[in-house]
Design a protein around this ligand. Structure first.
Ligand code: RIB
Length: 299
């Protein structure tokens, strides 16, 4: 099994259970609020650790209780947390997540220490980059750092997986060019493309563009419709098992993590997508981010 490094965000999630999402100008009464370890980077590292992978994380938290909770949760599943730095005078990242009765969410992130992941922090942890075969990044740390790491890592022959979440409009292709896998969901694909995408043919057109911009392969996840994989030669659509959706939070993170651990174990991309879809379908059937990530036995 080869080593995996996740570089990204750690957030303490405040999960607010509501009947319907609040509309603009509306006040609603929520059913409950819970604090759950989250952050796209930390969720991915946690999932790989829980699934038995050899995983390290680089990131930053504040010198506060939330930071301690997040680091301890990762340690509990054997994530190497030496690359997570504790920053004085800054708060740990936070996410305010509304989840409605259909299990849909809407998330506001306050970046806090995640925004202070800089080149020096990366350089101090270069040994973790040197040791890894797979490096996963998302877009909850400064994008210039994603680009910086990508360039270093590619020059060292590493396989880069970019989960472009949260997506940003008019993205510079420098952010993902040369990566091994780019994995947007359908909304992120539309944001990255700068236009509404209405059907599978339109998704395919955008995947062709992204792949031809210098990505080895692209996987677009489509919620309950499964996912679409493109490797520059052919498309393959994967259906997924229907599940009762309780909370979709961290489904994409679980997918990415399970995909990469499976690749790191020598499985091929199609076997790995199948494993990733099964893992993500369990995540949506439970509440919260790290609290919903399954073990290998459950998958
Ligand atoms: O992908 C889910 C995650 O997005 C949450 O855990 C939240 O922290 C935000 O980063």
């Amino acid at each position: 099994m080869s080593k995996i490094l996740v570089i990204g965000s750690l957030n303490l999630d405040y999960v607010i259970d509501v009947e319907e999402m609040p509309k603009i100008g509306e006040t609603i009464i929520g059913n409950s609020i819970k604090k759950v370890p989250g952050g796209k980077g930390a969720n991915q590292a946690y999932a790989i650790g829980k699934l038995g992978g050899d995983v390290s994380m680089i990131g930053a938290v504040g010198n506060d209780d939330a930071g301690k909770i997040l680091i301890n949760n990762l340690k509990n599943v054997n994530v190497n947390t030496k690359g997570i730095e504790i920053i004085d005078n800054e708060v740990t990242g936070q996410a305010y997540i509304h989840v409605n009765k259909k299990g849909e969410n809407s998330i506001t992130v306050i970046s806090g220490a995640n925004s202070l992941v800089d080149k020096e922090l990366i350089d101090r942890n270069i040994n973790l980059i040197n040791d890894a075969e797979y490096i996963i990044m998302q877009f909850e740390i400064p994008l210039e750092i994603v680009k910086y790491v990508k360039e270093i890592a590619i020059s060292k022959g590493k396989k880069i997986i970019i989960d472009p979440a949260p997506a940003v409009k008019n993205i510079d292709k420098d952010l993902y060019q040369g990566s091994y896998i780019l994995k947007p969901n359908e909304l992120e694909l539309a944001t990255l493309s700068g236009k509404e995408l209405n059907n599978i043919e339109e998704y395919k057109t955008e995947l062709i563009k992204m792949q031809s911009n210098g990505v080895n392969q692209v996987i677009c996840t489509l919620g309950e419709e499964g996912c679409l994989h493109y490797n520059g030669e052919e498309f393959k659509k994967f259906d997924c098992k229907k599940t009762k959706v309780v909370d979709t939070t961290a489904a994409g993170d679980t997918f990415t993590a399970a995909l990469v651990i499976s690749l790191s174990e020598g499985k091929n991309i199609y076997e790995s997508i199948d494993f990733a879809q099964k893992a993500a379908s369990i995540t949506v059937s439970k509440r919260g981010a790290q609290s919903s990530i399954p073990s290998r036995d459950e998958i």
